[in-house]
Design a protein around this ligand. Structure first.
Ligand code: AHR
Length: 515
């Protein structure tokens, strides 16, 4: 530990407005994968289950996170999914092979269970369409089933299933990761662009109020990144509202100086995608501004055994191929992962002018902030906390921060600032919230907040998450190993904030302002 603190300054001004934070950036994702649905959100017979079989303990944690929107039912799963299998009386639903995750899908939780669940949870649904094995015709049937009031084959079928009111699903994803060779029904950019365009037209003819997300790049490192966006938008620009981005990061080299700045790469990915969207519009002489849906993001690397099992290699997992709801991708997140997730959240907030939807992938059990045991407890993983804080305190106006911080080099990039931060103004309640991560592994960081015209009066609260062991995790036996603590030593002198941030810490500083 180096005892000399780093010195960094954060300059924010109420006039440096980037844009309002869309509450949909505090979204998440539930896929039919592993135990996300079965024994995750849905477990009839669990002591906390309600009459629909939804786990009450999980619902409580999701409500605590105040998740705004949930993408469903995949993911890779959706590209082989027949939505009609998942409706009607549960006893009559077919069991199906899920080729994405080598499992058997029982369809006991389907479209209407999901809609009942989101309504109970107070969450906006985001429906992904199968453009892998299926196309515009099945999408037309699905939206007629979901959004048309009645008097037609599919809408009346919905009514016979007990839903006299249309589901009115506003957000639709046109396929999932269609650029990825692993995807069922993978397509070239022009094949996908054409099918996405025709599907988009049909969806908007049935319901003009929908918002559509074209499938963008499934990772920044994809060889097709850039050409994919330009070609897809060449076909779809005037028919869609969003393009998607996905990013998962892992501390695979066990090196935090490399791992934590991956949030800066997320920033590059966002900025480059914005440029591609604007270039596509310019080329088509259009004024359309395509927004970004970062609808899968997280840390993902711990459960390598699942990945081996999925590749058909020898692994320690004991389940057989085609089991139902096998325990897959159950990453147990540590303190360092909470810092990465917090840093990625800061990146999303600092791009609030163009990122209008974001989904932490996923929500329960599968690379998730919430874990459960079948028949047993549910608990908060370390990454639960930065998401909770963002969702609770980040729904305001994002100010463009100016950061002066010492820099460090990683294996792949030069000049990453030790301090990463965002500033959210809540003019309605005279509050400024600073989210800040000190990425130094061994030095505290003396943060000076130059708050300019905000005229901060007092510190309301300082929450901090850090731990002497960056590999510490929460589990059912020790659910409070990594939890935020309140700190009191932040000072305000003539409107300047001063706070000493621990090495490797996530911080939320809430200030009362006079405006
Ligand atoms: O979230 C897990 C998987 O990651 C999703 O199914 C897929 O879209 C992505 O590759």
């Amino acid at each position: 530990m180096n005892s000399t603190p780093l010195q960094a300054t954060l300059i924010v001004d109420r006039d440096f407005v980037l844009g309002p934070v869309d509450s949909k950036i505090f979204g998440s994702f539930i896929e039919h994968l592993g135990r996300a649905v079965y024994t995750g959100v849905f477990e009839p017979g669990h002591p906390s289950a309600d009459s629909d079989g939804f786990r009450g303990d999980v619902l409580d944690l999701i409500r605590e996170l105040n998740v705004s929107i949930v993408r469903y039912p995949g993911g890779n799963f959706v590209s082989g999914f027949n939505w009609e299998d998942s409706i009607g009386p549960q006893g009559g639903r077919p069991r199906r092979l899920d080729l994405a995750w080598m499992s058997t899908e029982s369809n006991q939780f389907g479209l209407n269970e999901f809609m009942t669940w989101v309504r109970k949870a107070g969450i906006e649904p985001m429906m992904a369409l199968n453009l892998g094995t299926r196309g515009p015709s099945e999408a037309r049937d699905l939206i007629e089933y979901c959004n048309h009031p009645g008097g037609t084959r599919w809408s009346d079928l919905r009514r016979t299933h007990g839903f006299s009111e249309a589901h009115r699903i506003k957000y639709w994803c046109l396929g999932n990761e269609m650029d990825g060779p692993w995807q069922i029904g993978h397509k070239t950019a022009s094949e996908y662009g054409r099918i996405a365009c025709e599907t988009a037209k049909i969806l908007k003819w049935v319901d003009p109020s929908v918002s559509l997300v074209a499938s963008g790049s499934s990772g920044h490192a994809m060889n097709t990144f850039g050409t994919w966006e330009l070609e897809v938008l060449h076909h779809t620009l005037e028919h869609v509202d969003f393009i998607s981005l996905h990013m998962y990061n892992g501390n695979v080299m066990d090196d935090l100086t490399h791992y934590l700045p991956l949030s800066d790469e997320m920033d590059d990915f966002i900025r480059e995608t914005v440029s591609l969207c604007d270039a596509a519009a310019a080329k088509q002489k259009s004024r359309k501004k395509i927004m970004l849906s970062f609808d899968e993001w997280n840390a993902w690397y711990h459960d390598q055994e699942s990945l081996k099992w999925l590749r058909g290699e020898k692994s320690s997992l004991t389940q057989a191929k085609w089991d139902e709801a096998p325990p897959l991708l159950e990453d147990h997140y540590n303190m360092a992962d909470a810092l990465l997730v917090g840093s990625m959240l800061i990146t999303l907030l600092n791009n609030a002018d163009r990122v209008k939807i974001a989904c932490l992938a996923q929500l329960v059990n599968v690379i998730a902030p919430i874990m459960t045991r079948p028949g047993g407890p549910a608990w908060r993983q370390t990454i639960f906390y930065p998401f909770l804080h963002g969702s609770r305190f980040g729904r305001g106006v994002s100010l463009r921060p100016v950061i002066r911080s010492p820099l460090f080099d990683t294996r792949h990039r030069q000049g990453s600032p030790y301090l990463t931060a965002s500033a959210i103004h809540h003019p309605d309640k005279n509050e400024l919230v600073i989210f800040a991560v000190n990425r130094s592994v061994d030095q505290s960081l003396q943060l000076t907040g130059d708050l300019r015209s905000l005229e901060a009066d007092s510190v309301i609260e300082w929450l901090s998450l850090s731990h002497s062991d960056t590999k510490a995790i929460n589990g059912p036996e020790n659910p409070a190993q990594v939890i935020p603590v309140s700190r009191t030593e932040a000072r305000l002198e003539t409107g300047r904030l001063s706070a000493l941030l621990n090495p490797l810490s996530w911080n939320v500083i809430r200030l009362k302002t006079s405006k």
